[in-house]
Design a binder for this molecule. Sequence first.
Ligand code: MBD
Ligand code: FE
Length: 281
Amino acid sequence: MTESLMDTKDVKDLLMKVSALGEDGGDVRLKRIVHRVVSDLFRTIEEFDVQPDEFWTAMSYLTRLGQANEIGLLVPGLGLETFLDLRMDQAERQAGIEGGTPRTIEGPLWLAGAPLSKGEARLDDGTEQGEVLFMQGQVRDVEGRPVAGAVIDVWHANTKGGYSGFDPSQSKYNLRRRIETDAEGRYRFRSILPNGYACPPDGPTQQLLDALGRHGHRPAHIHFFVVAPGYRKLTTQINIDGDEYLHDDFAFATRDGLIPEVKRVSDAAAIHARGLNAPYA
Ligand code: MBD
Ligand code: FE
């Protein structure tokens, strides 16, 4: 067996120069991370006998990934965003913090500045004939005490799985709102039932998933940030029960505790009695 190039003085010196480890100036932590990441890449190239044409194919892939603005899409698809969540869960356990709604990933489709209202909101602009959805809840701290004045930032896809701000067919901030909880910590909203998202079929993320023999679908879901002064921010989602991808999410975001019961009602009068029927301004 030939010796590993990694053990040669040439490669060791190369890595030291690339990362500037051992030289004055620069950020020491960054230098150590660059040293590690580049040496892991060298090691991978050696172990898999990666050929130059394969290497350059990968570099042009990364170029296209950035050009298509899909870095934030591949990251959850590779489980990296879920790994960061698992790390935060672990850090909280180690700090003795337990309970509450589980976190799950943010994904790449949140937008700042959604309209803000108190207590309730209608999220949809009324242009789609989707199944009407009502959701209500109460923000509580880990001791179960209601949190008044918390802000729920909620966003979700339309019936075609598209998000406003990214899907040019939708109005600005459609299906995106911020709702401040009332004195009892409660909020409620009306919207339309979303459909699952699928990666752009001709994009670089789907290209890699295809090569892995994977799909690029997410089950229908609704995203939330929950923030309140003096509290940690919660980033989470709920899934719509019954979706075929419920436990087969390409972004690995489904978690126990995030699949609420969906109650279907057929009585239009009952729906109207729920309120929030005012057309969105
Ligand atoms: C989404 O809607 C999403 O939530 C994630 C995580 C990735 C792609 C699309
Ligand atoms: Fe999403």
